[in-house]
Design a protein. Structure first.
Length: 513
């Protein structure tokens, strides 16, 4: 799409949003002007921009207008060629009136500091000592204008056209959206796109086709990866109000420095934003290219050890391991076959609501509800999807039936009461979708019985006792070592034996009714 068509497109979007959302309308006018200024002067260019500016000034006077400038905070540590490319991509694809650049260098040894000192549009801080990623980001946030939203951006990224624009559009869709995150080619937390390309050029072509208006571009998240995370300034201030002890730190510890040199500080900040009453959203039409883990790739053993240590620190801070609670069970979602214009899904033991949020994002006519008996999980999950805190077998009342009831990893041989009540909550023709860890999995049990989970025989008996029939069945194979594969052969007689799933399966995935 050429720049003239782009400018007309975003002006048309601005007109569409004018009566729906003044903030999003203003952002569209700003983007329309950015593309218009790239056009050759045909005599209409200045008039187009003047009209956009007039509309923006009108919107700025309307109740509810709150768009802030974006301060892009980049932490630089070696790989100067990537830092330069990142900054150049920002300059090329974003209006200079929409952002400020803040770069903190953590004592690089490749000479990138000299180039950064020469950049007139970069607010640059040069550290003589590397205090780690969280501390450096906190320094960058402190350097930014106090009214600006903050985009935490890794220096090993390339920012294609409209990537930051759509992050901002997502951030200002609702007042209580506290942060938005991009999809990428190299990222965890289910933020990675399914496409695969070999070259940066191919990825930029993909971005050109992806970073466009979408009807349903959002997915609610329980946490966002900090490689490209746009945070509303009012949400950061709410974190300060909730944690007044941060006012005693210099700079303010928006990112907790206990996670230095880095990793899991983004999980932690996400949790704190949720606790402050804000929501987090993944923006599917904001693709940012990510080279990934450049600072750590030379030290793979050290990196894995750091991940383990920081995950333990996160668990100690909140009293439980929250990482498994944010997993999405895609195999269960794939078993959903909606046959009506709208359908209802209940998840018993929904944890942080990640699976329900993915269902809601994939099926826009789905009405989802979670029930979670852990108070902290329920409190966090309420910022992701509708959730009831309580015990399903306790005082949970069903006003209407459900088309699907999800039980992800929460069944045991003692769960007959849960299954019977779940079956009573189904609409006619509805299904229970479930996963169960395999108690006989070689990977987990070493040839004995896994401490949690069920055998296939126990699962079959449980279903029979509850008058339920398994309709669809599959299993997820464990990643077995050569020694474990030999143990499977020993137990089954051969690798091709039909008994192999009894020992190879890590998890059974099935539906029943």
């Amino acid at each position: 799409m050429d720049v003239e068509r782009q400018s007309r497109l975003y002006r048309a979007l601005a007109e569409k949003y004018k009566l729906e959302n003044v903030n999003q309308s203003w952002l569209c006018y700003e983007n329309a002007m950015f593309y218009c200024q790239k056009e050759p002067d045909d005599g209409q260019k200045e008039r187009f921009c003047q009209e956009c500016r007039a509309e923006m000034e009108f919107l700025e006077m309307q109740p509810g207008f709150s768009v802030a400038r974006t301060a892009i905070v980049i932490l630089s540590y070696n790989h100067g060629d990537l830092t330069r490319a990142c900054i150049e991509s920002i300059r090329q694809n974003n209006s200079p009136e929409s952002y400020d650049l803040v770069v903190v260098d953590n004592s690089s040894s490749d000479g990138i500091q000299q180039w950064l000192r020469e950049q007139k549009d970069v607010c640059f801080l040069e550290n003589q000592v590397n205090h780690g990623f969280p501390y450096g980001c906190n320094q960058g946030i402190a350097l930014a204008d106090d009214a600006s939203d903050i985009l935490l951006l890794n220096n090993d990224t390339l920012v294609p056209e409209n990537a930051i624009f759509w992050l901002r559009m997502g951030l200002y869709q609702e007042e209580l959206i506290g942060a938005t995150g991009s999809v990428s080619n190299n990222v965890v937390n289910y933020q990675q796109v399914s496409e695969q390309y070999d070259t940066v050029e191919e990825w930029m072509t993909f971005a050109h086709e992806n970073n466009v208006p979408m009807e349903y571009p959002f997915e609610n998240k329980s946490w966002l990866v900090g490689f490209a995370m746009l945070i509303k300034r009012t949400a950061l201030k709410a974190v300060l109000e909730r944690e007044p002890e941060l006012l005693q730190t210099e700079p303010y510890e928006y990112l907790d420095t206990r996670f230095s040199p880095g990793n899991f500080e983004d999980n932690d900040l996400s949790i704190r934003l949720l606790l402050a009453g804000y929501r987090l959203r993944l923006i599917k039409n904001s693709f940012i290219y990510h080279y990934g883990s450049k600072a750590f790739q030379k030290f793979s053993e050290q990196y894995l050890k750091l991940l383990e240590e920081n995950r333990r620190k996160l668990e100690e801070k909140y009293g439980m391991d929250l990482i498994p609670a944010s997993e999405v069970e895609s195999a269960l979602i794939n078993m959903i076959k909606p046959v009506s214009s709208s359908f209802r899904v209940l998840e018993i033991g929904c944890k942080l609501g990640a699976t329900l949020a993915r269902i809601e994002s994939r099926y826009h006519n789905a009405q989802v509800l979670g029930i979670e008996k852990n108070e902290l999980l329920a409190r966090l999950a309420r910022q992701v999807v509708p959730v009831v805190w309580g015990d399903f077998l306790g005082d949970f009342l069903v006003e209407e039936g459900f088309d699907y009831i999800v039980l992800d990893g929460s069944l045991s041989s003692e769960s007959s009461a849960v299954l019977r009540k779940a079956a009573s909550c189904l609409k006619p023709g509805g299904s229970i979708l479930a996963t169960v860890y395999n108690a006989q999995c070689i990977r987990e049990s070493g040839g004995g019985r896994r401490k949690s989970g069920m055998t296939l025989d126990e699962l079959t008996r449980l279903c029979n006792d509850c008058n339920l029939q398994i309709q669809a069945f599959q299993y997820r194979s464990a990643s077995l070592t050569k020694k474990e594969r030999s143990k499977v052969v020993e137990l089954c007689g051969s690798w091709d034996s039909p008994l192999r799933p009894l020992y190879e399966a890590e998890k059974f995935v099935f539906s029943m009714k």
